[in-house]
Write a protein that binds this ligand. Structure first.
Ligand code: BGC
Length: 736
């Protein structure tokens, strides 16, 4: 049977209620199994947050007890590995993996994750996030590929390819979901889900490109953003959803709302005062599937019956959903098969280790690193709240932070914390390792109660950085750490944030070190023992003091299960660090935004009470060798850059070659530079290679005030080098 005929016949057979049900995604973690079974009998199109036997039971009910037996598609947030399953392989966060600038690696991560998700039977992951994190106060910074549209687009495509494979029918392929459409990361004040003060011109210029690439790569699903643009919630933003996504980008998969956003239209955003209007507007704007807002089911049926909405709107949505289900082969195989035994298998762990290694970013080093076993160092103190805390190392979206009901949440081995990694590296030496906790990342308190708007019960952990009496109760731990450090020849200090400071509901107004961490650092720095600080955090923190008081700083972000081993390998020179920052670090919170590709035109370009430059810029990252750039050329016909890169040090390394473009004069203001291409190149000590990189038209085009895209003739500067910083680049001028 021709596939379209099959779907059209099915749609013709469906009742209005069955169409509404097909458009619904029910959260099993919220409604429980009994209610989930009821929905399954009604023929609900999708469920989320359920794994294992419960999921299989729901699919059985859908396939045996619903009238039309259209298999449901199950979704899960497998955003850095299939992390809600505690036996799964846990990768670095998206932000950490972005530090690799390695498309191939990111595709592999996608493939491994898909295989593990599929082995569970699940067919869909809500990943990747293609929002840009240009204001790191945003709680979800860790979930992004960083601040740059080009990097986010390239790595987004890589992970989508990994998730979806060659064929959606493949037993180990799952649907990808590019999210959140659109501009979500730009919420004013970095307040998650808040209004966004951007124009559609800006959207096309900055935020659409990664989504365009995702659509071109065949991403099967896209998720709408929580927020609003200039007062219009994305959930009902016809111009964004139908105009940009469907009509212009030609998206042919299905579009799902974010969590309960149809109800948010009533309860939070207050653009509707009843479920009928909210449901109608969400469907009319182009959402095909409604996450969680189960009131939609009755409300939309009534809207159609009352003639307020054409039934064809529902038909169109159902068509999008069924087409993807058909492409997945759900009727033949209602659950994915994956590869039995592959969840958390050795081969997958190897990829996690590789990813951890590639995401290590060396930010500063006065020569203390790499640490050699040359008898000068007899004892090493590993200190700090994040030195031996796997939860902090993992960050958000794991079985700790989002436990699937009924599952245990104790840490599951194997994993390697920094303390364990250091011990591993020193096991065959006579260097002694001592450990001291030092202080907590923050003082925490728990809130148990009901959400003010939905009435739903919540249990939330809040971070509290207040300097009150309670807080100073930690002083004995600081003193103990100082005593341990005083007896040692080197301090490895693990600072940062933890999962209570990352994710939804956890935007930060202060990006400084929280809790007693600053005090701990100050005390340790008076002891004249060299300090190597390792930042285990979900995002850039404003840490000028850490840089000043440390002899070296390594940024690991949330590096996944083997991050502790990878960082320790870097400390002891077994690994030559190669990671680069996918996001800039501010000197202080008030300096944000500090993303590298700003528009020119600010009087003096700085605040009077803060340096002009960020603490660390996009693309920065040291290694134990140096790279020299020369011979930069550009071929206008093929738009290809070529540049010679030489490893001038005495250690083999991997350089991330970065190419930036500036449009010198344009009819609208353009960024001082934009990343236009990158690649990695292996260089042995002393070796030189010529690297060629092809640039897209987008590298030279601008978006005019009328929202059209054009390449304006004139001069362009092409820059190539080690980071986004002027001093790290060589440049040439070209005319078009
Ligand atoms: C998040 C999404 C996520 C969804 C389902 C929402 O709160 O914004 O990114 O996929 O929940 O868990």
């Amino acid at each position: 049977m021709e596939s379209n005929d099959f779907i059209e016949k099915l749609i013709a057979e469906m009742t209005l209620e069955e169409k509404a049900a097909q458009m619904l995604q029910v959260p099993v973690s919220v409604v429980g199994m009994d209610e989930a079974r009821e929905w399954a009998r009604k023929g609900v199109g999708s469920f989320l947050n359920v794994i294992g036997d419960d999921m299989r039971e729901i699919q059985r009910v859908v396939c045996e007890e619903s009238r039309l037996k259209i298999p449901a598609v199950f979704g899960i947030d497998a955003v850095h590995g299939h992390c809600l399953n505690r036996r799964a392989t846990i990768f670095p966060s998206q932000l950490a993996m972005a530090a690799s600038f390695d498309r191939e690696l990111v595709e592999k991560i996608g493939r491994v994750t898909a295989t593990e998700v599929a082995t569970e039977g699940i067919q869909w992951t809500f990943s990747p996030i293609l929002c840009l994190a240009r204001d790191p106060r945003w709680g979800r910074t860790n979930e992004t590929f960083g601040e740059d549209k080009y990097l986010a687009g390239e790595l987004g495509v890589a992970i989508i390819k990994g998730y979806q494979g060659e064929d959606l029918k493949d037993g180990s392929s799952v649907l990808a979901c590019a999210k959140h459409f659109i501009g979500y990361g730009e919420a004013t004040g970095a307040r998650d889900s808040y209004d966004t003060e951007i124009t559609f011109r800006k959207i096309r210029d900055e935020f659409l490109p990664p989504f365009r690439k995702a659509v071109d790569a065949g991403c099967a699903t896209i998720m709408t953003a929580y927020g609003s643009i200039d007062g219009t919630p994305l959930t009902i933003n016809d111009k964004a959803l139908r105009g940009l996504l469907r009509d212009e980008l030609g998206f042919d998969g299905f579009l799902i709302t974010d969590w309960d956003t149809v109800n948010s239209l009533i309860r939070r955003q207050r653009v509707c005062d009843n479920h009928g209007d909210a449901s109608r507007l969400a469907a009319a704007a182009g959402n095909d599937m409604i996450m969680c807002s189960t009131e939609f089911y009755d409300a939309i049926v009534q809207q159609v019956r009352e003639g307020k909405l054409q039934e064809s709107v529902l038909d169109e949505a159902v068509r999008h959903i069924l087409t993807i289900k058909l492409r997945q082969g759900l009727w033949e195989k209602p659950l994915k098969t994956g590869i039995p035994g592959s969840i958390g298998c050795d081969a997958h762990h190897e990829v996690a280790l590789k990813a951890a290694r590639e995401s290590v970013v060396l930010l500063s080093n006065n020569g203390v690193l790499p640490v050699r076993n040359d008898r000068k160092i007899r004892k090493i103190a590993v200190i700090g709240p994040n030195a031996d805390d796997i939860r902090a190392q993992y960050g958000d979206w794991t079985y700790f932070t989002h436990p699937v009901p009924g599952r245990e949440t104790e840490p599951e081995r194997p994993y390697v914390t920094l303390l364990e990694g250091v011990k591993e590296q020193l096991q065959d030496t006579d260097i002694k390792v001592v450990y001291s906790y030092g202080c907590s990342v923050n003082r925490r308190f728990y809130y148990k109660g009901n959400y003010p708007d939905t009435g739903a019960f919540m249990e939330q952990v809040y971070a509290d950085n207040d300097h009150d009496a309670e807080f100073y109760k930690e002083m004995p731990y600081v003193n103990e750490a100082a005593a341990v450090a005083r007896e040692s020849d080197l301090v490895i200090l693990a600072l940062g944030d933890n999962y209570t400071q990352a994710g939804e509901y956890t935007d930060r107004a202060d990006l400084g070190l929280s809790g007693m961490q600053g005090a701990l650092l100050r005390v340790l720095s008076t002891l004249h023992v060299p300090i190597v600080t390792v930042l285990i955090s979900s995002k850039p923190l404003a840490i000028p003091d850490v840089v000043k008081k440390s002899d070296a700083v390594i940024c690991a972000f949330n590096g996944g299960m083997y991050s502790g081993r990878a960082v320790a390998e870097a400390i002891f020179g077994k690994l030559n660090p190669r990671g680069r920052l996918p996001i800039s670090f501010p000197v202080m919170t008030g300096q944000v935004p500090v993303y590298y590709n700003q528009l020119p035109g600010w009087h003096e370009g700085r605040y009077v009470d803060c340096p002009a430059e960020p603490l660390f810029a996009f693309g920065e990252g040291l290694s134990y060798t140096w790279y020299e750039y020369s011979g930069l050329k550009f071929d206008k016909e093929t738009k290809t850059v070529s540049v010679d890169v030489k490893n001038t040090g005495d250690m083999d390394g991997v350089e991330v070659v970065q190419v930036y473009v500036n449009d010198v004069v344009s009819s609208v203001m353009t960024a001082v530079k934009n990343l236009a291409a990158f690649c990695t190149v292996d260089l042995k000590a002393g070796e030189q290679k010529t690297v060629e990189l092809k640039l897209d038209d987008e590298a030279f085009s601008i978006i005019r005030p009328d929202e059209t895209s054009v390449i304006e003739p004139g001069e362009f500067i092409i820059m190539a080098g080690h980071s986004s910083k002027d001093e790290d680049q060589i440049k040439i001028s070209v005319e078009f």
